[in-house]
Design a protein around this ligand. Structure first.
Ligand code: B12
Length: 315
C-alpha cells in the first residue's frame, strides 16, 4: 500500500465538511477543548485527521471515512488528490491494493463513497473510475497476478456499486413521464455488461425511463422492445471483440424491425476493436451515433434535449 502522511491535518472547513456541521460548530468544539486542534504560525486552525475520527467515533458521528477504519488517511488522501489534482492515481492504487488483498467490501465502499460524494460527474466516475479500475484488473489477470475468479469478484463488486447507487438516487429524481424512454443492453455473445449498466444509470439519473436488457441479448429483441415500449433511444454496448462487421450486422437486423411511426436514435458505444466504417451505420433510424464514453453521451443529451440530436460523434 502506498505511503501516506500519518500527520494529515485539516482546515476547520474541511473538518466541518467531514462532520457535516457548520464551520462555526467546529470552532466552538475546538475552543471548548472537545476536539483537539492546533494553530499554524499564521494563526490558522488545524485538526489532525486522527483526532477528528476519534472525536467522531466518541460522539457517534458517521463521516464518509468511518467505514474505512483504520485506512481513513488513505481514503482521504485519494479523494483529495482527485478533487485537487484531478487525478485517479492514488484512488486506483488504493483500490488495487484492496483487490490484491481480497478486501472486496472496502473496494465496494470506496467506489460507492466516490459516487455519492459527487466530487466528479457520474459519467467520469464510470469512464475513468470504473473503467480505469477494470483495465488494471484485466491487466493484472493477464500478467497472472489475479485469478479469473478474482476478476469476476471485482466485476460483481462494481455491478453492486452501480445498482446500490441507482437505488439511492432513483427515488429523488424526476421521471421521464413516458417522454424519454430508452432500451439499453449488450447484444448476443457479449458477456461484458458493466458498460451498458453505466449507461443505464447515467440515463436514469437524467430522468429517463430505462428498459435494461442486460448482457447477451438477441439484436432483434432490442428492436421488438423498442417498438413495444415506444422508446426514442436504443443504446447498445459493443465491448470487444466487436468489429465493423458486427456493427453492420446489428444495424441490418434493427433496420428490418424499424417502424417509421416509432422513430428512434441508435446509440452504439464501448471499446471497439477497430474504427467503424461509417457505411456500416447507415439505416432508417433518426440517427446513429457512436460513443467511446459515457461523458460523450451525456454531452449529447445535454445539448440535444430528450432525443439526442447533436452532431455525429465518432468513437
Ligand atoms: C470484466 C471483463 C470480462 C468479464 C465480463 C463480466 C461482466 N459481467 O461484465 C468476463 C470474464 C465475462 C469477460 C469475458 C471475455 N472477455 Co473480457 N474483459 C473484462 C475486462 C477485465 C473489463 C471490462 C469492463 O467491465 N470494463 C469496464 C466498463 C465500464 O468499460 P466499457 O465496457 O469499456 O464501458 C465504458 C465505455 O466503453 C462506455 N460504453 C460502453 N458501452 C457503451 C454504450 C453506449 C451507448 C455508450 C454511450 C457508452 C458505452 O461507457 C463505459 C464507461 O466508461 C476487460 C479488460 C479491459 N482492459 O477493459 C476485458 C476485455 C474487454 N475482455 C476481453 C476478452 C478477449 C474477453 C473474452 C473473449 C475472453 C476469453 N478468451 O474468453 C471473453 C468474451 C466473453 C463474451 N462472449 O463476451 C478483451 C477484449 C480484447 C479485444 N480488443 O477484443 C479485454 C479488453 C481484455 C484483454 N485485454 O484481452 N471479460
Amino acid at each position: 500500500m502506498e505511503h501516506f502522511n500519518p500527520d494529515l491535518s485539516l482546515t476547520s472547513t474541511q473538518a466541518a465538511e467531514l462532520l457535516d456541521v457548520h464551520p462555526s460548530t467546529v470552532k466552538r468544539w475546538c475552543n471548548d477543548g472537545a476536539l483537539a486542534s492546533s494553530k499554524t504560525g499564521g494563526g490558522h486552525r488545524r485538526i489532525h485527521l486522527e483526532d477528528l475520527q476519534l472525536f467522531a467515533r466518541e460522539n457517534e458521528i458517521d463521516t464518509i471515512l468511518s467505514p474505512f477504519h483504520p485506512y481513513e488517511p488513505h481514503v482521504w488522501t485519494a479523494l483529495q488528490e482527485l478533487q485537487d489534482d484531478d487525478s485517479f492515481r492514488r484512488f486506483h492504487s488504493l483500490a488495487m491494493s484492496w483487490v490484491f488483498r481480497g478486501q472486496l467490501q472496502r473496494l465496494h465502499d470506496l467506489f460507492l463513497t466516490l459516487a455519492r460524494s459527487e466530487i466528479i460527474p457520474f459519467s467520469r466516475f464510470c469512464d475513468e473510475g470504473i473503467r480505469g479500475l477494470m483495465e488494471q484488473v484485466g491487466g493484472a489477470w493477464h500478467a497472472g497476478k489475479l485469478r479469473a475468479g478474482e476478476e469476476h469478484m471485482v466485476t460483481q463488486a462494481m455491478i453492486e456499486v452501480l445498482l446500490e447507487y441507482r437505488r439511492e438516487v432513483a427515488g429523488s429524481l424526476p421521471r421521464g413521464h413516458g417522454e424519454r424512454i430508452a432500451v439499453v443492453g449488450s447484444t448476443e455473445g457479449n458477456q461484458h455488461h458493466l458498460g451498458s449498466l453505466c449507461v443505464r444509470v447515467l440515463l436514469e439519473r437524467k430522468g429517463w425511463e430505462v428498459y435494461y436488457l442486460g448482457p447477451d441479448v438477441p439484436v432483434e429483441d432490442f428492436g421488438a422492445i423498442q417498438e413495444g415500449r415506444g422508446a426514442g433511444l436504443v443504446c447498445i454496448s459493443l465491448t470487444p471483440p466487436a468489429t465493423t462487421g458486427e456493427v453492420a450486422r446489428l444495424v441490418r437486423i434493427l433496420s428490418e424491425f424499424y417502424h417509421a411511426e416509432h422513430p428512434y436514435t441508435l446509440a452504439l458505444g464501448g471499446s471497439l476493436a477497430s474504427p467503424v466504417d461509417p457505411e456500416a451505420t447507415e439505416g432508417p433510424f433518426e440517427r446513429v451515433d457512436m460513443y467511446g464514453s459515457c461523458a460523450e453521451l451525456e454531452m449529447t443529451l445535454d445539448q440535444g434535449g430528450p432525443i439526442p440530436r447533436a452532431e455525429h460523434v465518432q468513437a
